[in-house]
Design a protein around this ligand. Structure first.
Ligand code: GAP
Length: 445
């Protein structure tokens, strides 16, 4: 029996990364940004299928965190913020990386990432480390040099803490309750890379869950488990997902404890999401700096307290990359290699493709009627060009779970062919039953 080694695994995984990156470009998931000008420094644009898939990832997070619970509400705070917020949060002082320059080849590195040797030329001669703040700084106002300094947020979390009192009062929630946000964050990363794994502009999905201090350990365990299950449910294999409890010396400045949920990326296990116990660090810091009360008055005990915060903080763009890598597969059909994305139907950018067997109006007409019927409930595509085999392959490659083919028999029997992406099984089904059957398959997935 052939044994596969760890290096075989890394090689085949790197090949998968190349294949997925190329598929993303070729099929309109993810393009290098400003490509007609030669691209722009690890910045990416999401094409038609990528924009939809990213939206689906975020929607799935929102559905499980906000829609299906009665103890979490949503928020959409501003991206631009004044220095006072970032001074209080600790980001102005501590959100820095130590930078060194190689004296031999002049390349710049993060000191904590290079093990004392320049990865480019092997020199060990570096400049003194300098602290480099990762926040993007800009000016609010039209006159250069006279506007107010503003920062692009490096995380959505602070907008949640500064709105804590507003949200608690207006939503009439009390701990334990959470505030969820999805949105863009910006970090002037020194070493962006690995496709969209680390970029300077990215999207986060963050929950700040406010709890009575005595209950924080229980809620911390609860959220680690709940978030772990979320990735499994949506298609990350158990063998490729792990919980990594951070050592005390590796904790961020605000954290009393962090568990990273890590996916086995092609270069090894790496962070998808951090679940942190932030204690009362943030609310206390903002209360001190702003002079506003950011606590909760418990009517039952007659005492006020500052809630502790459990924070599951995920990257939407990074999660999308993991879902794509995990879904990529190749099998053989009629002696030919078939590339497919085994995406969960909730993440697939196209859920049902309607394929008229012929472009003749007597077929295309009814096919468009089927399309209109299914568009009410599903993300649909309509594809009338090339052979049916080629169209199936095209849909498999972008992860479409189901194809519906309208043919000449449809005109006689009112039935269509429903084809499954993974098993390639085809069944004949009445148009009148199609919606119910597709919903049944969704529920079963
Ligand atoms: N509020 C806590 C916080 O922001 P973080 O671990 O720095 O914690 C949370 O970020 C998640 O955001 C990460 O686990 C990752 O998925 C995503 N993320 C962070 N920096 C990123 C970057 N430069 N590019 C893509 N995703 C990033």
């Amino acid at each position: 029996m052939a044994m596969s080694s760890e290096s075989d695994h890394v090689d085949s995984q790197n090949e998968t990364l190349e294949k997925v990156t190329s598929l993303c470009k070729r099929r309109g998931f993810i393009f290098p940004s400003a490509e007609i000008y030669g691209g722009f420094r690890s910045t990416y644009d999401y094409g038609p299928l990528g924009a939809q898939m990213l939206r689906n990832v975020k929607q799935e997070w929102w559905r499980s965190i906000v829609q299906l619970r009665d103890d979490v509400v949503g928020l959409d705070a501003a991206i631009l913020g004044p220095p006072a917020v970032w001074a209080a949060s600790g980001h102005l002082e501590t959100f820095t990386d130590p930078l060194v320059d190689c004296k031999s080849c002049n390349e710049r590195w993060r000191e904590d990432k290079i093990d004392g040797v320049c990865p480019k030329c092997g020199s060990t001669d570096f400049t003194e480390a300098r602290a480099f703040n990762l926040m993007f700084k800009t000016q609010a106002g039209p006159v250069e040099g006279e506007g107010a300094t503003a920062y692009l947020r490096p995380e959505t979390a602070q907008g949640t803490f500064t709105n804590f009192a507003n949200v608690m009062t207006t939503s009439r929630k009390k701990p334990p309750f959470g505030i969820a946000q999805i949105g863009k964050s910006f970090r002037n990363e020194i070493t962006p890379g690995n496709f969209v794994f680390r970029t300077r502009e990215f999207e986060q999905m963050e929950l700040e869950f406010f709890v009575p201090p005595a209950d924080s350990a229980t809620w911390y365990d609860y959220w680690v488990e709940a978030r772990y299950e979320w990735y499994l449910r949506l298609g990350i294999p158990e063998a490729d997902l792990r919980k990594n409890v951070a050592a005390p010396e590796d904790l961020a400045h605000y954290s009393l404890g962090t568990t990273d949920l890590e996916y086995r990326f092609p270069w090894g296990f790496d962070e998808l999401e951090g679940v942190a116990n932030r204690g009362d660090y943030d609310l206390s810091a903002h209360a001190r700096a702003s002079g506003e009360k950011l606590d909760y008055f418990d009517q039952s005990t007659g005492e006020a307290y500052t809630p502790h915060v459990i924070e599951p903080a995920a990257g939407a763009t990074r999660a999308m990359m993991a879902f794509l890598l995990a879904a990529y597969a190749e099998d053989s059909v009629g002696g030919e290699v078939r590339a497919l994305l085994r995406l969960h139907w909730r993440l697939a950018p196209i859920q049902v493709a309607v394929l008229p067997l012929s472009k003749k109006p007597e077929i295309e007409g009814p096919a468009r009627e089927v399309l209109a019927l299914l568009q009410q409930d599903f993300l649909c595509d309509f594809d009338a060009t090339q052979s049916i085999g080629k169209r199936y392959r095209r849909q498999d490659e972008v992860g479409t779970p189901w194809c519906v083919t309208v043919d000449f028999d449809t005109l006689e029997d009112g039935c269509v062919t429903l084809r499954d992406r993974d098993s390639m099984e085809q069944v004949r089904i009445a148009i009148a039953d199609l919606r119910v059957e597709l919903k049944r398959r969704c529920d079963a997935a």
